[in-house]
Structure formats: structure tokens, C-alpha cells
Design a binder for this molecule. Sequence first.
Ligand code: ATP
Length: 293
Amino acid sequence: LTMPINQAISAVAQLQTGLAAFGRIEEVLRLPAERSAPEGPTGAMPDRAAIRFERVSFSYDRRPVLSDVSFAVPAGGLTAVIGPSGAGKSTVLALIERFYEPDSGTIRIDGVPVDRMTTGRLRGRLGYVEQSAPVLAGTIRENLLLAAPHAGGLRLASVLERVGLAEVVARAPQGLDTPVGDNGVRLSGGERQRLAIARALLTDAPIMLMDEPTSNLDARNEAALRDAIAEVARDRTVLVVAHRLSTVVDADRIVLLDRGRVAAAGHHHELVASSPLYREMLRRQLLLPSGVG
Ligand code: ATP
């Protein structure tokens, strides 16, 4: 009996999340459209870019994955890379980090081609929060100090506050010195990701790359994650591979990938107006009334 009951509870939770998001989208759709024209795949780029892809193509073992991809990530604020599964989103992050080299084209960070930067310089510019957000054995404090071994208690408290984990730590029996895991504080997937964001915040990297978790988060954890990402984007450049449309709708800029190409780029309003694929993605996540588009 427990399985169907659990499934029903989870379906209701998902429906609630969907309905809440639906209200937000309706709100956003009512805002006046921006005046600037949607930027096409090879359209004009903003001047101040933290990251720029210039006609980048890439294949894994001769199988093309990205084809002639150009887009810019403006310095400061939140840029979301979205698209169907297999579109090449994670590959974009891997190329920025130079895990692979493009077959052709150039990737620039602050105007400098990444292949001309030393690994040290590149790592100093980039923080990375991966999807699985590994939490290591040890205490909360030890998990944070990995990023900044000399950070004091006040600094740790401040980043925990910024990602909405201050309460979790306050409730833990030994505060910051509580072990993470079965014999201490158990963290949900969303909390682990926020701990990883806190860790990345402790580095001084001005550009943050994030792979959002695909796992289902409950509405509270989803809101907390969205707030943590927005908080980081207040004073850094954030490029997030986004699976949650709540993150997408809040982004300053969206890059929509489809089968290795940039299908559309711009703000949410622009994509709603110009991209059938974007409208389809919104609709699939229950976020757009079927009459629109
Ligand atoms: P998802 O949303 O499912 O994570 P994605 O848009 O992030 O997808 P990528 O992970 O970038 O897509 O993968 C793009 C394509 O490249 C997919 O077809 C994938 O199977 C393939 N691919 C990814 N990593 C590798 C690899 N290391 N070796 C070979 N092929 C790969």
C-alpha cells in the first residue's frame, strides 16, 4: 500500500509546484515585452561579455555535438543554458573548463581565448558547482573549508546565510561541527547543492558555472535553490545549465540549445515571442496556457 500512497503524495507535490510556477509565469507574461529585438544565433553580441563562444564546433569521437555555436554571457547576472536532453548543455560547461578542446571556433573568458590562459588563471576565474554536488565525509565546516582553508566562522556563517542553510546548521546538534551524513545532519539533494554553492562562494572566482540538479525537489527546496542561485548572481557572473523553469524565467539571459545549435537567445519574453521550442518546453512543464503560441 505504501508505494501507491507515496506516488500519490509525490504527484500532489509536483502539481502544487507546477501550479505555483504557473502563477509566476502568468505574472511574467503580463509584463510588457522588451524593445530590443531577439538575438539570432549569430546576432549582435553584447559588448561586455564574461564568456563568449565564437562559432564553436565540437565532436566526441567524430560525432558532432556542437555546431557553429555562438553566444555571449554578459558579465554579472544570471545566464541560463537550456534545451532538450542531449542538446549539448553540459558539453558547453566542459569546453569552458577546457576538459575538451573545440574542433573549431574560439571560447573567450573576459576577452581572452581560454586556450591562451594557464590552467591556474582559468581555475582562478571559474567556480564550478556540479549536478551531483558531492558532500564529503566530515563536518559541515570541513566541507566548506575545502574551498577556503583559512575562512573564519563569521565568513562561513555569512555564506551559509546567503544560500539559506543557516537554519539547518543552527538546528544541527553541534552546529558547524556536526558531521554530514547518517551519523549527523542528513542533507537533501537540494541542501547538498546549496552546500556546494556555499563552498563555491568561498572561492573568489568571479564566474560561476553550475549544473542544476535534475532530481525532483520539493517546492520549498526548489525555491531555496532558486534564491541561492539569484543570490550568487548578485555579485558574480553565473552560467547555469538549468533544468528548472523557475531558474530560467528569472535569468537575465537564456541560451536555448537544440541538437547542438543555438536555437534562440535572449530574455524570457523574447523567447516566448520568437521560439516555438521554448514555448513547447514551457508548456510541457505546465507553465504556459495552451492558447498561447
Ligand atoms: P542532458 O540534459 O541529458 O544532460 P545535455 O544537453 O547536457 O543533456 P550533453 O551531456 O552535453 O547534453 O551531451 C550531448 C551529446 O553528447 C549527447 O548525445 C551525449 O550522449 C554525448 N556525450 C556527452 N558526453 C560524452 C562523452 N564523454 N563521450 C561521448 N559522447 C558524449
